[in-house]
Every structure is written in structure tokens, then in C-alpha cells.
Design a protein around this ligand. Structure first.
Ligand code: FES
Ligand SMILES: [Fe+2]
Length: 500
């Protein structure tokens, strides 16, 4: 069977999603065109406008809104909440306006944002030992949203019968890996997934958040789009560098030998917790983990990239239909057998999208992605797309989403809902240890003449010194303790394209 025919079979067998199914699209596809090619060329892989609505709307009662409500979502850095003297933070998640706070007993709570009396924003409230009190007339709410005090009402009636009718919604909330997580779905709440990089002991972490004025799905679809790196992260910034004064300090150059290389093959496969994408570029032998392992996409909205020195978990959390919180959790595991420096709380920062003149900031790889996703429009018009063979992973992920919507409507539990603690101690998944043949550890914040080797976004962590200390632990292990070499590391220097 030709590779491309296997691809068709894999697409048609997507219902068997638990199986590991290889899908290879090679640039030397046999002729005449395969069934898959014919279907791409005749436009039958295009999403209908109705399905586009189904996949993108996330408010209460919508199909995707209901599916998203089966999952825990990161909503804020714990350190940000704790740095605020008010101990509150406004949250908007899946189209709902909420308030996060930590009461003076240390318990986290997530409630409807507005007081049930006359709708004052509770983010302005007074946090007490056992809840939050509205500043206007002093009504007080417990961490589950129960109205536990109405000072003047009690004075006049002498009982709490009215209070029993005045509760507001409260949602489960937990803390893990420096992030606060929320669950907005039906009870009982599933377990908060303990994905491996969230629970490693010996690691330093850092959080970056970009609030993007676009729907979550165009961010997530990028995770199934290997080919874009060749253009968006190579030819485009080279072009911008030539026509502007982007300057020398850019992390783009550190992306390694894959950057700028022509893609020869792309590959997708299913695994228990989602799908992975892999690539082979010019000069690769096919033995590199970029091809054999690739990047895991954890259903429904997580991408994991990086290698043994530094991973990034990217969460595409829907704020509402047209806004997404892009939360990047950087994880820097120390070398085997070494200890991580103490990190009292996980550092965080918010990433600007545009400069003071209103131009996109594009000299960092993440920011290049942000520009592309937002410039697809608030909600990309997928019924007007022309999908090619580079989009086969996106087609496949859309089908997976639609299948999971169908499963939920049949009353089934969707994938990645964890209820057995024994299976949730440390949930690992396929991930690259060696990326782009890089065997030497990267630098986080490069000095003159250095490159970082870590794809990043605008700005630097306030815990840069801890990150550099974690990375330096890799200098202490002998070469033989490192994973076997796949090939000699290639130069990280990327040559600019010849012409604009
Ligand atoms: S508006 Fe909140 S107590 Fe009156
Ligand atoms: Fe990208």
C-alpha cells in the first residue's frame, strides 16, 4: 500500500482514535492522485459554515461550550492573585464573567462576578476568612456561592430565609504548577489532569499570557500545521528584518537547523490523549525525533513543544467566542540526578501584541503566531478556505472535535476526562527529548553573539536567574549520560532567503 493510501485509510479510520495510526503525506505522492488528494482538490474537506459555528461557539448551551465545560482550564497565575492586595481577579471564561479570589483561610474560590443584590462587581469586594463581601451593602458569599449574610435584611426579618434564595454560582477551582484551574461543567467534577510536566519535582517554571482577540480554534489548529514554521518563523521574519529595523535581539535565530529548511514530509498520528504532528525537513535522515515523535496535541486545546531541556505547554483557553487566553507554561527540567533551585512561586508576565505605533511585534516566534491567528479574523471563515495537503492534520483534528461533540451528545464521556486517581498520578505522553538534533543545552537569555535555542515570546521571565540555573545543570552530566546522538548537531544559523 502506498503511503498516501495509508493516509486515506487512516483518515477514514479516525473513529478508531485510540489506536496509533500513522499518516504520512509525502511530497513525492504517487500519481494518479489518491482518494485523499481528490477529496482535497474537490473541496469536500472544507468545513461547512454550520460546523464552523459548532466548533467555535463556546457559550453555555452551545455544543463546543458544553464540550469545553467537561475540562479543567488554567485561568490565572497563582502568583498574580497573591500579589493583589484585594486577593481578587476578574476572570472571563467560556463567555461567563466570574471573580476569582483566595479567602483569608487560603481557600480559592470562583464565583459569578456580580453580586445577586444589585449587581456590583465582586472583584471590588472585601475578602474575609470565609468568603467575600460585596462593598455596596455588605452581602457576603461563601466560596461555593452561598449567600451567608445580608446585614440589613437580617435586621428587618430576623432570619436568613431570603438569603437562601440569593446564592450565586460557584465553581471548583484548584492550583497546580503555578496556575489556578477552573471547572465549569456538571458535577461531579473530574480530576484535574496531572500532565507530566505539571508535576515534575525538579524543574523551574514560567508563565506567559497573551490575550488574543480571536477564537480559540484558529490558535489550536496551528498545532496541526507543521509547514507554517518554514514561512511564518523563517522567511517572514527574514523579510521583516530586511525592510524594517527589527534589530539583532531576536529568539527566532535560535530555533535550530529545522528553521528555514524545506519540509519533505509531514506525519500525524493518534495516541491515547490526542494527536501528534511530525515533520521531516531537508537534511533529515528520518531518525530524528522531530519525525519519529513530533509534537503532542493534548485534547482539546493544549500543545506541547520543546525537548528535554525546556518544554512549553500551550493552553488555548477560550475567554469567549472571539477572545482566547494563550497561556504558555514553560517548564525547565533539570538534568537527571540534579536538583532544581528553589522557586517560591511560579513567575508570570503578560505579553504585548503590538508596539506603541500599533504594529505587530513579530521578532519572536510566538508573536509571529499570534499575528497570524488574529489576522485570520475574530472567527476564521472556514467555509471559504481552500485546504491543501498541508492541511491534512487540521482536517483530521476538526473531525476529532466533531466526533467528540457527537460522543458527548450521545451521553458518552469525551476523551481526557480523568476520574481514576491511580491513572492520574503523572500522565505522560509522546514527547521529543532531542529536538532539531540539539544535544547541547540552550541559553535562556542570550548575550551578544549568542542564540537562545528556545522559541519564546516578547520579554523575559522575572525568574531568569532560576531558569538559567536549571539549564546549567545539564552542563554537569557527562556526554554518555545524555540520550544517544541521532546525528551531529547542525549550525543554528539561518540564512536569509535570497529575494523579498
Ligand atoms: S449590590 Fe451587593 S450588597 Fe447590594
Ligand atoms: Fe508557529
Amino acid at each position: 500500500m502506498f503511503e498516501a493510501e495509508r493516509s486515506v485509510a487512516a483518515l477514514e479510520n479516525i473513529h478508531a482514535k485510540r489506536a496509533v495510526v500513522g499518516l504520512t503525506i509525502a511530497n513525492d505522492l504517487p500519481t494518479p492522485p489518491t482518494k485523499l488528494h481528490r477529496r482535497i482538490l474537490d473541496g469536500s474537506q472544507m468545513l461547512t459554515s454550520a460546523d464552523n459555528e459548532r466548533l467555535t461557539r463556546v457559550g453555555p448551551g452551545t455544543p463546543m461550550g458544553e464540550l469545553m465545560r467537561r475540562y479543567w482550564h488554567p485561568i490565572a497565575p497563582a502568583a498574580e492573585l497573591d500579589a493583589n492586595p484585594l486577593r481578587t481577579k476578574e476572570i472571563r471564561l467560556l463567555g461567563e464573567d466570574l471573580v476569582l479570589f483566595r479567602d483569608r483561610s487560603g481557600r480559592l474560590a470562583l464565583l459569578d462576578r456580580f453580586c445577586s443584590h444589585r449587581r456590583v462587581n465582586l472583584a471590588t469586594g472585601m475578602v474575609e476568612q470565609d468568603g467575600i463581601r460585596c462593598p455596596y451593602h455588605g452581602w457576603k458569599f461563601g466560596i461555593d456561592g452561598t449567600c451567608i449574610e445580608q446585614p440589613f435584611e437580617r435586621t428587618t426579618t430576623g432570619n436568613d430565609a431570603f438569603a437562601a434564595k440569593c446564592g450565586i454560582a460557584g465553581y471548583p477551582v484548584q492550583e497546580l504548577a503555578g496556575l489556578v484551574w477552573a471547572y465549569l461543567g456538571p458535577a461531579p467534577a473530574p480530576l484535574l489532569p496531572r500532565w507530566a510536566p505539571l508535576v515534575w519535582d525538579e524543574a523551574v517554571r514560567d508563565i506567559s499570557i497573551a490575550e488574543l482577540p480571536c477564537n480559540w480554534l484558529q490558535c489550536q489548529e496551528n498545532s496541526l500545521d507543521p509547514v507554517h514554521t518554514e514561512w511564518l518563523h523563517t522567511n517572514y521574519p527574514n523579510y521583516m528584518r530586511r525592510i524594517t529595523d527589527m534589530g539583532e535581539e531576536t529568539r527566532f535565530e535560535g530555533l535550530g537547523p529545522t528553521a528555514g529548511k524545506r519540509h519533505l514530509k509531514i506525519r500525524f498520528y493518534d495516541f491515547e490523549h490526542g494527536m501528534a504532528k511530525a515533520r521531516m525537513v531537508e537534511g533529515d535522515t528520518g531518525e530524528e525525533e522531530d519525525w519519529t515523535v513530533g509534537h503532542p496535541v493534548l485534547f482539546p486545546h493544549i500543545l506541547v513543544t520543546g525537548c528535554q531541556f525546556a518544554y512549553t505547554m500551550q493552553f488555548r483557553v477560550p475567554i469567549d467566542d472571539t477572545h482566547t487566553n494563550h497561556i504558555s507554561l514553560y517548564i525547565f527540567p533539570t538534568a537527571p540526578g540534579t536538583r532544581a533551585p528553589e522557586q517560591k512561586s511560579v513567575s508570570y508576565r503578560y505579553v504585548p501584541l503590538k508596539d506603541e505605533l500599533g504594529n505587530w511585534i513579530v521578532d519572536y516566534s510566538f508573536n509571529q503566531d499570534y499575528m497570524a491567528w488574529v489576522e485570520q479574523g475574530e472567527i476564521a471563515q472556514r467555509d471559504q478556505e481552500k485546504l491543501g495537503t498541508s492541511d491534512v492534520g487540521i482536517i483530521r483534528y476538526r473531525r476529532l472535535l466533531l466526533n467528540q461533540l457527537d460522543a458527548l451528545e450521545r451521553g458518552e464521556e469525551p476523551m481526557n476526562v480523568f476520574r481514576d486517581p491511580a491513572l492520574n498520578e503523572c500522565v505522560d505522553f509522546p514527547r521529543e527529548r532531542i529536538k532539531h538534533r540539539m544535544l547541547t543545552r540552550p541559553i535562556y537569555k542570550p548575550g551578544p553573539g549568542e542564540v537562545t535555542g528556545i522559541a519564546g515570546e516578547y520579554g523575559w521571565s522575572s525568574d531568569t536567574h532560576l531558569i538559567e540555573a536549571a539549564l546549567a545543570t545539564w552542563d554537569t552530566i557527562p556526554e554518555h549520560a545524555r540520550p544517544p546522538r541521532a546525528a551531529e548537531p547542525a549550525s543554528p544559523v539561518v540564512e536569509p532567503v535570497a529575494n523579498v
